[in-house]
Design a protein around this ligand. Structure first.
Ligand SMILES: [Zn+2]
Length: 305
């Protein structure tokens, strides 16, 4: 049994063939470019073949899993794009399953990330903040397919307006551009010759001991801790896996995050939360997309590091 996994990101598409044991047989990726539909067609054509039993897709959002459509913010040509139907035409007769990219990251980490747990909260800290849930070995995608959107958990009742229409969402504090904006407002400056003041530069400055960038990471970690604790309070999950571009700063984010969780955890079931970094990194979404397809075919999956 071999499934095709697709990871539809805002800047690149990745594809892999994965077997039922969770071995990644081959993979490729391609920049989205000016013609996303042609890019998709080319990648699928290269990898589809006889013996394919399913296709799983993790896509940047917003997505509508019920309608099978996606509108990735960084791919303006795709607004309400009928992704599931398009892939079905390329692999006739093969079932196609779609979920959000962060949901696939969570599922991939649960399956092949070596975290050895039944349930898991995955958090992607990048330009935006996304997330996904695995509950008792199944992706928990919710009524509309949008469960796990931890970036829009409200962490500050009087906070900034968020792109989603609410106020004080986690993303307005812990998203990369939000962290940079806050640091600049506090007086952080970057010598023009050293490049643009982006999340990467902020992390470099924090690593160098600059107080405002360090404070920006502590502030983001504090907001993340609030959202993670609130989620864990409701769902009683123990394992939290953090990935994404901002999380690539590693201990800069994870150390204050763990400290804030330890300082604020109240109920006993929150005292042994395990916060880890992604172990699959860029392939987490591909493993998760493959798991989606295998689960859709009726297989039962267990974590296999
Ligand atoms: Zn929001």
């Amino acid at each position: 049994m071999t499934v095709l996994a697709l990871d539809i990101g805002g800047t690149k598409f990745a594809v892999a063939r994965v077997d039922a044991a969770g071995e990644l047989l081959d993979r490729a990726e391609h920049p989205v470019g000016q013609a996303p539909t042609a890019t998709l067609r080319g990648l699928v054509a290269d990898f589809a073949g006889p013996g394919l039993t399913g296709v799983g897709i993790g896509s940047a959002g917003p997505i509508d899993a019920a309608a099978g459509t996606v509108s990735p913010i960084n791919i303006p040509r795709w607004r309400g794009y009928r992704l599931v139907a398009a892939v079905q035409r390329l692999v006739p007769g093969v079932p196609v399953t779609l979920a959000g990219d962060a949901q696939c990251m969570a599922l991939g980490e649960w399956w092949r990330g070596g975290h050895d747990c039944g349930s898991l909260l995955g958090v992607v800290v990048s330009t935006g903040v996304g997330g996904g849930l695995v509950i008792d070995g199944r992706p928990w995608t919710g009524r509309t397919g949008n469960a796990g959107h931890i970036g829009h958990v409200i962490v500050d009742l009087d906070g900034e307006a968020c792109v989603c229409g609410a106020r004080g969402c986690l993303e307005t504090v812990a998203g990369g551009p939000s962290m940079v904006r806050w640091a600049l407002a506090q007086g952080w400056t970057l010598a023009p010759a050293t490049g643009r003041p982006d999340a990467r530069a902020l992390a470099a400055a924090a690593r160098g001991g600059a107080p405002i960038p360090l404070a920006a990471f502590r502030r983001a970690a504090g907001a993340l801790a609030t959202a993670v604790l609130n989620t864990a309070t409701v769902l009683d999950v123990r394992d939290v896996v953090i990935g994404g571009g901002v999380a690539a700063a590693g201990d800069l984010l994870l150390d204050p995050l763990r400290a804030a969780i330890a300082a604020r955890a109240g109920m006993p079931h929150l005292r042994d939360l395990r916060v880890s970094s992604t172990t699959l990194e860029r392939d987490a979404g591909l493993y998760g997309a493959a798991a989606l397809a295998l689960l859709a075919s009726g297989m039962t999956l267990r974590p296999t590091p």
